[in-house]
Design a protein around this ligand. Structure first.
Ligand SMILES: C[S@@+](CC[C@H](N)C(=O)[O-])C[C@H]1O[C@@H](n2cnc3c(N)ncnc32)[C@H](O)[C@@H]1O
Length: 365
């Protein structure tokens, strides 16, 4: 039987400029789709909850232009990293399309429940099936107004799609910005096969997927508090070649690993969902489990003061989505927290609407 050609087998046959063009067009398409979806759902929200006062400020033309400039720069840097061989070009086209199409209707079906929660201001709303005792209190939230927060299989099925819509199709390109500094920061005397990497709050496993493509021989580990998200990660990661990452349910504040165990630790889009004390605990734990000379990379939202043109957007975010710790996060000095834990040589970068802290554990740490 003849197998259908997949994108990976076709890419080497295409001239580079066509591949780049295709990548840019896919990104533009996803961006447009995200915008249209958000506009329609916002109009519906206004129609069904007309009494709800929106406190968000409209984005100026200057903000929108700046956003578009940053988005296209992100796409360019993503392409360049792939072209340089930091990771294969094929992962630029890696999208869970099947899940996107399968679960897209569920986003709309779930919307009336979401509106009800917004109307009743019920943001710690969980079914009796959720064992509340098993989680820290700060985690029992309907983050982004999600039904069951992070604690159901349906939430895990919808998550990647929701994040792609939120970031206008750029979530993965932002996640991939950790790969170049990580690869660069790993000890050159350690073979890929010996490298051990941990992703804290791995969610549905997008970052682990990119780590697998970047360092195919490394041993990968992921932790998350949500068993539903770990199940989803396990399902999606088992579809790709290479050893399956070892996933464990754990709180980032109490990592179930030995001291000095990992060459690299990463954490993507976690810190804005933690209260300040938990942020420090996760950083302390990342320090403990990182080997001396190892690297820890955080990727999360931009903060106040990073890009003045985007401040209205940053301030609007917690008014549009349930994000109880975001307001504190945007003024939190994570570099200071990293230093307090013992990290040194901290570099900070921005890409599109994300910020990155690249921290090193001293060789004699
Ligand atoms: C916004 S999602 C980010 C998921 C993933 N890193 C990504 O790039 O999409 C936040 C994730 O953090 C997890 N989480 C929140 N608090 C946690 C904690 N204290 N320990 C471990 N995981 C946590 C949630 O279950 C969820 O999967």
């Amino acid at each position: 039987m003849q197998s259908t050609p997949n994108i990976e087998s076709l890419l080497p046959l295409l001239p580079e400029n066509i591949t780049k063009f295709a990548y840019e067009k896919v990104q533009q398409g996803k961006g447009l789709f995200g915008l249209v979806h958000k506009n329609i759902s916002y109009d519906l929200l206004k129609t069904f909850l007309p009494q709800r006062k929106s406190e968000t400020k409209p984005l100026s033309r200057k903000t929108l232009l700046e956003l578009e400039k940053k988005r296209s720069k992100l796409v360019e840097v993503d392409w360049q990293d792939a072209e340089k061989g930091v990771y294969p070009v094929s992962i630029l086209f890696d999208n869970p399309w099947q899940d996107f199409f399968r679960y897209y209707p569920e986003l709309w079906i779930d919307m009336p429940q979401m509106w009800q929660r917004i109307q009743e201001k019920q943001f710690q709303n969980f079914s009796f099936e959720v064992d509340r005792e098993s989680y820290p209190a700060y985690y029992l939230q309907n983050f982004h107004y999600q039904t069951e927060g992070y604690l159901s299989d349906m939430s895990a099925n919808l998550y990647d799609l929701q994040v792609e819509i939120l970031f206008n199709g750029s979530a993965d390109a932002m996640r991939r910005r950790i790969l170049a500094p990580l690869k660069e920061g790993l000890d050159k005397n350690t073979s890929d096969r010996q490298i051990k990497l941990l992703d804290v709050a791995c969610g549905t496993g997008r970052t682990l997927r990119f780590l697998r493509a970047t360092l195919p021989k490394a041993s990968l580990y992921g932790v998350d508090l949500s068993t539903a998200y770990l199940r989803k990660a396990n399902q999606l990661l088992s579809e790709i070649p290479g050893e399956l990452p070892q996933l464990a349910q754990a709180n980032g504040e109490e990592l179930p690993y030995l001291d000095d165990y990992f060459h690299g630790v990463t954490s993507v889009f976690l810190f804005h969902e933690l209260p300040p004390g938990a942020r420090q605990e996760v950083i302390n734990e990342a320090f403990r489990v990182t080997k001396p000379g190892g690297i820890f990379i955080i990727c999360d939202s931009l903060q106040i003061g990073d890009i003045p043109e985007l401040e209205t957007m940053i301030n609007n975010f917690p008014l549009q989505y349930h994000e109880p710790y975001y307001k504190d996060y945007i003024t939190d000095n994570l570099a200071e927290r990293l230093e307090k834990a013992g990290f040194e040589n901290i570099q900070v970068e921005n890409h599109f609407v994300s910020k990155y802290w690249i921290a090193h554990k001293p060789k004699n740490g």
